[in-house]
Design a protein around this ligand. Structure first.
Ligand SMILES: O=P(O)(O)OC[C@H]1O[C@H](OP(=O)(O)OP(=O)(O)O)[C@H](O)[C@@H]1O
Ligand SMILES: O=c1cc[nH]c(=O)[nH]1
Length: 194
């Protein structure tokens, strides 16, 4: 079945600018550069959320001089679709030194869609400790939430149809920085269509 050509919505420069903008928003919302700044911990959701969390941490460090701890969290066993996709490989979890207790934890992911990944991340995080608050940063919010969740920081809102696919590619994981929208397959014309 034919598909419309994928469209690049963000190129490498756009991705870089977007991460920098989110870093500024995190600094402002958490008052990270103030004298009584809270402890902020970035936790990436694999796969690409981990790379984004590291980039975000680096940018925040560049802008403020504050070193923000960065970790990542395997959510695989907390997913509610495990029965449908039993072959998901386990990822690794890395909790930064000092843990998450009493910190503002910012979960970082590439795409926010149904919200089920974030729900699983919230459950996984509960097993690690008790943050003072949990926030969510995503590079792309493509809509179509199935749970009452929203992101605190959104790099770009991309309105989509449900059957489209947003693919975030990052150099660390894919060798290139870009965000691509792929269309739903075009069904073949039925006999008699003109
Ligand atoms: O809001 P949701 O409907 O849960 O969709 C968003 C999630 O889907 C993708 O992850 P995927 O499960 O494809 O794994 P990956 O990150 O390893 O590609 C994406 O990276 C988000 O984590
Ligand atoms: O379009 C989508 C939907 C879920 N996860 C993605 O990464 N892209």
């Amino acid at each position: 079945m034919a598909s419309p050509a994928p469209r690049v919505l963000l190129d490498a420069a756009d991705v870089s600018r977007t991460v920098a903008r989110v870093a500024h928003q995190v600094i402002e919302k958490t008052a990270l550069d103030s004298p009584d700044a809270p402890r902020v911990v970035l936790i990436g959701i694999p796969t690409r959320g981990t790379s984004l969390a590291m980039r975000l941490g680096a940018k925040i460090g560049e802008f403020t001089g504050v070193e923000v701890p960065v970790g990542y969290l395997d959510i695989t066993l907390y997913r509610d679709d495990l029965r449908g996709k039993p072959h998901r490989p386990l990822e690794r979890t890395m909790v930064p030194h000092g843990g998450v207790d009493n910190a503002i934890v910012i979960l970082v992911d590439d795409v926010l869609y149904s919200g089920r990944t974030v729900r699983a991340a919230l459950d996984a995080l509960r097993d690690l400790g008790r943050p003072s608050a949990v926030q969510l940063a995503v590079l792309v919010d493509r809509g179509h939430r199935e749970l009452p969740l929203r992101a605190d920081y959104v790099g770009k809102n991309i309105p989509t149809a449900r059957d489209e696919q947003v693919s975030v590619h990052l150099t660390e994981d894919d060798g290139i920085d870009e965000v691509v929208l792929s269309g739903a397959p075009i069904p073949p014309a039925a006999e008699g269509d003109s």
